[in-house]
Design a protein around this ligand. Structure first.
Ligand SMILES: Nc1nc2c(c(=O)[nH]1)N[C@H]1C(S)=C(S)[C@@H](COP(=O)(O)OP(=O)(O)OC[C@H]3O[C@@H](n4cnc5c(=O)[nH]c(N)nc54)[C@H](O)[C@@H]3O)O[C@H]1N2
Ligand SMILES: Nc1nc2c(c(=O)[nH]1)N[C@H]1C(S)=C(S)[C@@H](COP(=O)(O)OP(=O)(O)OC[C@H]3O[C@@H](n4cnc5c(=O)[nH]c(N)nc54)[C@H](O)[C@@H]3O)O[C@H]1N2
Ligand SMILES: [Mo]
Length: 676
């Protein structure tokens, strides 16, 4: 058996380096890779499940066309390409290129994803999307304040004396982060978690502050008030590096411990206790997650939290940082964030865009031309984008839909033609990470199974079928051979002589620009060149208050339970849940409910109930969970609707205040007895 270096290309903090054991063109095992200092102990259970996933008999291996609702029949690639090329020409000629919708999401990362955009540009454009389901409110809140999204290397957490994990659940979503957290604890550090749920990450913490969901901004401002009041601030750091401190100081005056206690539903004394920890223990690493920014106030909430790191001077030092997103490995223009999320920032042929958060609603609103044909790759919008029923309605209103997929997902079930998608072992590509600092190669280790073709090859065939300009094709779409792909990837590496394809084949590499402790030079690329607690740009771009503030959520729905739909331990969103090895842990979707909320409705543990609101209803099994706050229910996202309940059946589709993210947790539901 041969062991080959590779990396996991899922949309996940960890982005583990791995070694793949291969024999007879088959993936046999996944092993740890010791060259990645952030992920030395090897991947999670999902990483290990790749062996089943790569060899699964449920994989889609051939092009298929729909012959009746829910029924598909194998067709040849010739027929698939002919049919699709014909449809593309027809809609473009009769309704213009914007009658085509190109939808891609985060199912597979890599530089080659840019080839898809190249194709649609050569086609003359298409309707695309703006915004992002994941993290943009927090990215933007951070960018406005610090000027860039980068943080200390993951292993630096070991040097912290106080670690505050706020709206993140690393024990499930970034398991390797628990390694330096534990090391720091062994050296005497205190570890605090702030989350409406008692998560597995909270099990090892010194304390959990279980606040009311969506109120973090108020807590942060209340803490800042106490820290300023007690003079625990870093005067020197503020004087040299911070713009707007005096105004911020005025702003927090209103957030007395009593007021904050009332908003966040934790005691005033615990607010004082937490303020003292944050104010007096140095260095502090604050680890905000993406959970607390999935609200309509997510951008402002992020700015409130970040202010705590700023006024205590916990930026740009060993053991001290704001650990939100580390985009240091995103060195290639194609991967630059977050500018690419803004509408109008791309080629004019992509000027027509719909919001990721409001996908269904926006698609249905499109006129002149209406959306006639949809192309989906690397995404599962029927489960992952908000408001499944609206998304389904929009998909069904279009005439024709192509889905490139590995498995029969909810979205694949909407396709007229399904094309078999590659997996991570079947094509080499360069990937970055938003947590560890490495540039990595996800390496081709086997030939594609069945008749699978990577997207790059599908586009190559389509481009020729559509008789696009040969010169343009050769500039924009790699030849479908291993050598063609390598040649294409090498072009990207040219400006970075320190990173070579040969080196990447052995393991992760660092760009020359890599900084172990960013911002230690106190250079902040904001308009004022300082950390901006006061940001004119926040107002100009997003209509937000230039100062961080707590903005209460609008709850105008007649449903009493606020539903959180965080990520789950054993899946990456809608991936992996279909595998046997994963099903043994999560055979079906569970709704986690506080026993008192269930009892009040006469509902027993393990009972199947109806979950409903204005957006949808579904039957789901209740699990009592004393770790859930009274008034919250939890349904992790990524379950497939075809199996019963999926969280986005209930989300409305609301954008965050900044960055065009999705306010998934702005969702209220109710449950009642009886299976419908
Ligand atoms: N309610 C709720 N919804 C959420 C969230 C939440 O917190 N709550 N979180 C959101 C977040 S953070 C994210 S990042 C999104 C993720 O949303 P998506 O990116 O849509 O989700 P995934 O399930 O990771 O991947 C989508 C599909 O890509 C396919 N795929 C994998 N590799 C390839 C490939 O090489 N080619 C092609 N064509 N397909 C491939 C997989 O089989 C999978 O079906 O979900 C969001 N949805
Ligand atoms: N196993 C696994 N790992 C993953 C993923 C996965 O699907 N599965 N997805 C990857 C991706 S794309 C992403 S975006 C990341 C996300 O990973 P995380 O940053 O951990 O984000 P979430 O899981 O969405 O939510 C984290 C926590 O926020 C809490 N939360 C919800 N509302 C609030 C609130 O109002 N205040 C506070 N303080 N906390 C709140 C939730 O209860 C949850 O415990 O994980 C990545 N890693
Ligand atoms: Mo995400």
């Amino acid at each position: 058996m041969k062991l080959m270096s590779s990396a996991c290309p899922r949309n996940c903090y960890s982005t583990c380096s791995i070694k793949v054991g291969v024999e007879n063109n088959t993936v046999k095992c996944i092993e740890p890779h010791d060259k990645n200092l952030a992920t030395p102990e090897g991947p999670c259970i999902k990483g290990l499940a790749y062996v089943e996933r790569a060899n699964s008999k449920d994989r889609i291996l051939y092009p298929q066309k729909r012959v009746a609702q829910g029924k598909y029949q194998r067709i040849s690639w010739d027929e698939a390409i002919d049919t699709i090329a014909h449809k593309l020409s027809y809609y473009k000629k009769n309704f213009g290129p914007h009658s085509l919708m190109f939808f891609a999401s985060s199912g597979m990362s890599g530089l080659l994803n840019g080839v898809s955009t190249n194709f649609w540009r050569l086609f003359g454009g298409a309707t695309t999307t703006y915004g992002n389901l994941c993290w943009p409110a927090g990215l933007e809140g951070t960018r406005l304040t610090l000027g860039a999204n980068k943080h200390n290397v993951p292993w630096d957490i070991e040097n912290a004396k106080l670690i505050v994990v706020w709206g993140k659940n690393p024990a499930e979503t970034n398991i390797q982060q628990m390694i330096p957290i534990e090391k720091a604890q062994q050296k005497g550090a205190k570890y605090i978690v702030i989350d409406p749920r008692r998560t597995p990450s909270a099990e090892r913490a010194n304390s959990l502050y279980q606040i009311k969901s969506g109120t973090d901004g108020a807590l942060a401002l209340g803490l800042a008030r106490e820290i300023i009041e007690n003079d625990w601030i870093d005067h020197d750091f503020i004087k040299k590096n911070v713009a707007g401190f005096e105004l911020f100081k005025e702003r927090v005056q209103a957030y007395t411990p009593e007021k904050v206690a009332d908003i966040c539903r934790i005691t005033a004394s615990s607010i004082l206790e937490l303020a003292k920890l944050i104010g007096t223990i140095k260095p502090m690493t604050l680890v905000p997650g993406y959970g607390m920014q999935r609200y309509e106030n997510g951008g402002q909430t992020t700015r409130c939290l970040l202010a705590l790191s700023v006024i205590t001077g916990n930026i740009g030092k060993k053991g001290a940082c704001w650990h939100y997103a580390n985009l240091q490995s995103y060195i290639f223009d194609d991967l630059k964030e977050p500018e690419s999320y803004y509408p109008g920032s791309e080629h004019p042929c992509f000027r027509r865009k719909v919001s990721m958060a409001k996908l269904g609603e926006d698609m249905l609103k499109m006129v002149n031309p209406e959306i006639k044909m949809i192309w989906v790759e690397r995404g599962n919008p029927l489960t992952q984008n908000p408001n499944t029923n609206r998304v389904r309605e929009a998909f069904r209103r279009a005439d024709f839909c192509v889905v490139v997929e590995q498995f029969m997902t909810d979205t694949a079930h909407e396709a007229d033609i399904i094309l078999p998608a590659k997996n991570m072992f079947e094509q080499s590509d360069i990937i970055g990470s938003y947590w560890n600092p490495y540039v990595q190669l996800k390496q081709k280790v086997v030939e594609p199974a069945g008749e699978v073709k990577p997207e790059t090859e599908i586009y190559y065939l389509l481009a020729h079928k559509l008789r696009m300009d040969k010169n343009e094709i050769s500039k924009n779409i790699p030849e479908p051979s291993d050598a063609g792909i390598e040649k294409y990837l090498k072009q990207f590496l040219k400006p970075f002589p320190e990173i070579t394809l040969e080196g990447l084949k052995e393991g992760p590499m660092l760009a020359k620009s890599f900084e172990e402790i960013p911002f230690s030079d106190h250079i902040f690329p904001t308009p004022s060149g300082k950390i901006e607690l006061y940001s004119e740009e926040a107002k100009a771009r997003w209509g937000a208050d230039p100062l961080p503030d707590y903005v209460p959520l609008t709850q105008n729905k007649p449903f009493p339970l606020q539903m959180l739909s965080p990520n789950s331990h054993n899946r990456i969103h809608s991936q992996f849940g279909n595998l046997k090895v994963i099903k043994q842990f999560e055979p079906e979707a569970y709704l986690f409910v506080h026993p008192n909320d269930a009892e009040a409705r006469g509902i027993a543990d393990n009972e199947k109930v109806e979950l409903f609101n204005n957006e949808g209803k579904a039957c789901v099994r209740v699990r009592f969970d004393l770790g859930v706050r009274l008034g919250n229910v939890v349904l992790t996202n990524g379950h497939w609707g075809v199996n019963g309940a999926a969280s986005n059946m209930f989300t409305e589709g609301i954008e965050t205040d900044m960055g065009h993210g999705a306010a998934f947790h702005n969702t209220w539901v109710d449950i009642r007895k009886g299976q419908k």
